[in-house]
Structures are given as C-alpha cells and as structure tokens.
Design a protein around this ligand. Structure first.
Ligand code: AMP
Ligand code: ZN
Length: 469
C-alpha cells in the first residue's frame, strides 16, 4: 500500500509500526460553531482511509480531538454571556450529529484539550528541563525552535529563511520571544478567560501542544499516520513534530497525510464572500450521503470544487448505485432454483477483476476517484447481466461485492425509508393531544421518536415547527 508522505514528498510503501495494526491521529475541529463542509473533507477522507485499513484486516486505533479551548470559543462565550464549556459542549454534540449523518465512524477516542491539561503541563516541563523551552517574564512558556535541528522538515522550510521573513514582524505581547519562530506552549490568562494553575502562571495551553499530548496519551510516543488539512502543515504539524520529538526522543509520526482544500465555485470558502456552507445547511438540500460521495469523487490531495452541478452529478451517480442494489435485492428474492450458466462464472471472474481494480486504486495513495469508477463498472456489469434468469448465487455475489466496496467508501447502499411529511404531521398532532391531556411523558416520547427518525421539533409562538436534521 502506498501513501504520499508530506515529510518526504513522495509516495512510500506503508509499513506499520506493529504488523496488523495502525495508529492514526487526525486533527479535529475547533468547536465554536457548526462544522462547515470544508471541515467535513478531512473527516470523510480519513474515515475512508480507516475503513480501507479495516477492510484489509488491520486493527485501527483512530484518535481525533476536539479543540475546546481557543480564542474563538472564548469570544463566542463572552457574546452569549455563558461559560466557554457551554459553547464547546454544544458544538461537540452538534459535530457528532453531523459526523453520524455523513456516516463517519466515531473515533476510537475523541479527546478534548481541556481534559488533558495535566499531560500538557508534564510535556511542557519536560521540554523546559531538556532546554527546548523557556519561561518569559510574564510566565509565557515558549518552545525554542532553534533547539530542534530538524525544525522545518515537514513543511520543507528553512529556519533561517523563516527568521529573516519574521524579522520585522514583532507581535505585541510576544516581545520576550528569543526568536520570532519560537511558539507558545503556555500563555497567561486574560480577564474573563478560562485558566488552569501551572508552575509558570495561571493560564492556558497553546494550540499545538494539545495534539502532541493527546497523541502520546492515547497512541504512544510513535504513531503510524498523522493527518489533517493541508493548512495544518505549517505551523501546526511542524510544531507538533518539534514538541513531540524533543520531549519523547522518538520519531513522532511515520506518515503525514494532508487533504487538499475544498473551494466553492472556485473561490475560497469564506463568510465575507457569502459562500460559506455548514454541513447542516447542505443536509437540508441533499441527503448527506451525496456530500460524502461527492468528496470521494476526487483524490483527497487535490483541491476540490463544490458546486450545485457537481453535487447533482454525485446525486445521480449515487442514485445509479442505489437503484442497481435495489434491483439485485429483488432479483435475489425472486431467484429460486435457476441453473448456473458458464456465462455467470465468467462474469464473476470479471467482477473479481473489478474488485482488484478498486483495491489497486485504494492502495495507490487512496485514489478514491478511481475506486469509485471501479464501483460504477461493477454496477454496469450487474445491470447488463443480472436478470430474472440469473441464479441466486450470482445475484447475491454481485450484491455483496458492491455493498462491501461501497461500505469501504462509507456509502450506505440501502435506500433510506423516506418519511412522509404527512406521517410527521400526524405524530406532531398526537404529541399535541398528549400535551393537552397533560400526558407529558407520552409527548416527550413522541419527540424522541421523531428525533430518532431525524426530525427535530421546535415549539414556537406560532406553533410547532419541524425540520430534518
Ligand atoms: P479547524 O476547525 O479550522 O481547525 O479545521 C478542522 C479541520 O478541517 C482541519 O483539518 C482543517 O485543515 C480542515 N479544513 C478547514 N477548512 C477546510 C477546507 N476549506 N477544505 C478542506 N479542509 C478544511
Ligand atoms: Zn492537531
């Protein structure tokens, strides 16, 4: 299996640290808002990487964090006049709902930065003791980039170039930095911010240290794969390497994988351009399986352009697969006792070749675009060869194969039962009646049942409103 490693800028053969096992860490979102469709890209592509390893029989330990202490979370908490934890807890829950709707498997562990402060204090102390970090007058602790000879190895930046580039860029409040490339491990609290006690000052951790510590806690000093969006290569991942390798004296991650960016109509997604979409918003227009399928239609390292036309194309493509699977299911139920023909054996051999093609694409740095074409070829084979004269064995082999390969891509091939608006409204009416009769237990039960069906209710002055979530 070949993986493009950002460290070497080459495709390398994947050799796990322990045979049969994969330890993966994927940088997760900062939880101050609903996730946007750009954030969904690493979730979907690295979930697919994980699923492929599992399909090949590997045991995968998959860790993905939630950054729950950050300036943006604090700002939002101040705006709403609530604790930062209220904001981060809310958006962690919402993010988990979006992940489920995108059929992204829950990670083995989803650590949260605020629950790992002890580990951070301990790693920072180790870095100070080893001469890789220093404490400034105000209690800020900085990592001394000059102390790590390999600084820049991931982003392929040269420390001296970086220094000259930074020379004029003194950041206010960071006057005590010995070198402009040094970065914060721990910083003093500001009024109204969450803080923790530490030997250096009451304060909070810098962003980079959290991932080094959480990876170490749940996966150990050495991991197989570290992943995230390409914007994280520098400084986040470069700094993670510096911290982890200086503290642990081990190579941190063997393979660094980075997804390309998702743009909208060929422009960078941004709130100010008005082309910013949350996963929730897209979920109101499309089944989120379509978004997942769309994301996998390109290679994960390529930039990907999101547009209504491309989403429609993905919707049609997915529809073709679902229709084929439905037809195979019906044929399988009806096919009793037909005799096998030699044509079926040849066709199954052809199907096996297409499975090989799918695997070869995935083993070539997870080329999901080519893997999806192999699935379409299988669908074509099934559509042109399976009919009422086919044997049960033949139809079921094709159905299983398409289902299994789609499963590797995280695509569910069973068509969802469409819940009709009229059914929802009948249940809402029943809930209203229960409330009138002061049977609140039943009313709550109906609300929960609806939520299970993906319908959220909101009681407003104008009456009950509902939406699909
Ligand atoms: P953040 O919450 O900004 O730290 O982002 C969480 C993850 O989403 C990181 O891996 C980012 O690299 C990734 N990400 C953010 N925006 C995009 C985008 N437009 N396209 C692809 N990945 C993105
Ligand atoms: Zn990270």
């Amino acid at each position: 299996m070949k993986i493009f490693n950002t460290l070497s800028r080459r495709k390398e053969e994947f050799v796990p640290l322990t045979p049969g096992k994969v330890k993966m860490y994927v940088c997760g979102p900062t939880v101050y808002n609903l996730i946007h469709i750009g954030n969904a890209r690493p979730m979907i592509v690295f979930d697919t990487v994980r699923r492929y390893f599992e399909y090949k029989g590997y045991e995968v330990q998959y860790v993905s964090n939630f950054t729950d202490v950050d300036d943006k979370i604090i700002k939002k908490a101040l705006e709403e006049g609530v604790d930062a934890k209220v904001i981060s807890d809310r958006y962690i829950e919402e993010c988990k709902k979006d992940m489920a709707a995108l059929n992204v498997k829950p990670a083995t562990v989803h650590p949260q930065a605020t629950k790992e402060i002890d580990g951070m204090l301990s790693m920072i102390q180790t870095l100070i003791d080893k001469g890789h970090a220093y404490v400034a007058k105000d209690g800020t602790v900085y990592f001394k980039t000059g102390s790590f000879k390999e600084y820049g190895k991931l982003s392929h930046k040269n420390l001296e170039e970086l220094q000259s580039g930074f020379r004029e860029l003194k950041v206010t409040g960071e006057e005590d930095k010995e070198d402009p490339n040094d970065f914060v491990l721990w910083k003093p609290k500001k009024e109204g911010e969450p803080y923790w006690e530490s030997p250096w000052c009451q304060g909070r951790p810098g962003w980079h240290i959290e991932c080094s510590v959480m990876a170490k806690h749940y996966l150990g000093d050495e991991i197989d794969i570290h992943a995230g969006g390409e914007d994280l290569i520098f400084p986040h991942h470069e700094n993670e390497i510096a911290q982890s390798e200086c503290a642990n004296d081990k190579t941190f991650a063997r393979y660094w994988m980075h997804n390309g960016f998702l743009n909208i109509d060929n422009k960078k997604m941004s709130k100010s351009l008005g082309n910013f979409f949350t996963v929730r918003e897209i979920g109101e227009k499309y089944d989120l399986q379509v978004l997942r399928f769309f994301m996998l239609s390109a290679h994960y390292r390529s930039p990907l352009n999101f547009s209504a036309e491309l989403m429609e194309a993905s919707k049609n493509g997915l529809e073709r697969i679902l229709t084929c699977m439905e037809k195979l299911k019906e044929l399988e139920a009806a096919a009793e006792g037909a005799a096998e023909t030699c044509g079926e054996q040849e066709n199954l051999a052809q199907a096996e070749k297409l499975r090989d093609k799918f695997e070869a694409a995935m083993e070539d740095d997870f080329n999901t675009a080519d893997a999806v074409s192999a699935v379409f070829e299988l669908v074509k084979l099934a559509n042109s060869t399976a009919d009422s004269a086919s044997t049960k064995k033949y139809v079921s082999s094709l159905r299983q194969m398409i289902g299994q390969l789609c499963g590797v891509l995280g695509i569910i091939t069973e068509r969802k039962e469409e819940i009709l608006d009229s059914e929802i409204e009948a249940m809402i009416e029943e809930r209203q009646q229960a409330r009138k009769a002061k049977n609140f237990a039943r009313a709550d039960e109906i609300r929960a049942e609806l939520l299970d069906m993906g319908i959220a209710l909101e009681d407003t002055r104008e009456g009950v409103k509902w939406k699909r979530v």
